[in-house]
Design a protein around this ligand. Structure first.
Ligand SMILES: [Zn+2]
Length: 173
């Protein structure tokens, strides 16, 4: 009986630890008490690249800013570059932004791009990635263009320009 009790305690602890490393702790008490009401608000909309290598780092960055699972998220290859390069992506993004703003009342759009981005390499050539300051400048130029497009349509929004290194460190541009 005692052994069985210890087994359940151990299993419960392992389950807790496993859930603790997930990006959005879906089984957290906060998530359990949350309901899907239309009045739910999120101040931030995060836009990140598709890159699978940085999922944990993106989650850790958002948690580190105290946002945890309190933000909306869109994933676009190359973020600003993708929207600038493909008209259909831009159209889709802005119609989604309109809806997201109406649904959740977001106030800040975070553009989180990353170094060593395949999309930047695809469009500008391999020489752009891994070049330190030049790489950051290329990202900055694209993100500034995207920011202006957002502000033209939504002057009430704030836009953050962020660049993540491959080790997960984020600099504000
Ligand atoms: Zn990328």
């Amino acid at each position: 009986m005692k052994r069985q009790f210890l087994f359940f305690m151990f299993t419960g602890l392992m389950m807790f630890l496993m859930q603790g490393v997930a990006c959005a702790a879906e089984n957290s008490p906060k998530a359990e008490s949350r309901s899907l009401k239309s009045s739910v608000k999120a101040d931030y909309l995060l836009i990140t690249c598709i890159d699978f290598r940085l999922r944990d780092e993106v989650c850790a960055y958002m948690s580190g800013r105290g946002l945890g699972d309190q933000y909306d998220e869109l994933v676009i290859p190359g973020v600003a570059l993708g929207v600038d390069k493909y008209e259909s992506w831009k159209k889709a993004f802005f119609s989604q932004l309109d809806i997201i703003k109406k649904l959740h009342g977001i106030k800040t759009v975070m553009l989180l791009e990353h170094r060593d981005c395949g999309m930047y390499s695809y469009v500008f050539g391999k020489d752009v990635v891994g070049t330190g300051a030049h790489e950051a400048d290329v990202h900055l130029k694209e993100m500034q263009k995207f920011k202006q497009e957002i502000l033209k349509r939504h002057p009430d929004l704030k836009v953050e320009l962020l660049l993540m290194a491959v080790d997960g460190k984020v600099e504000t541009l």
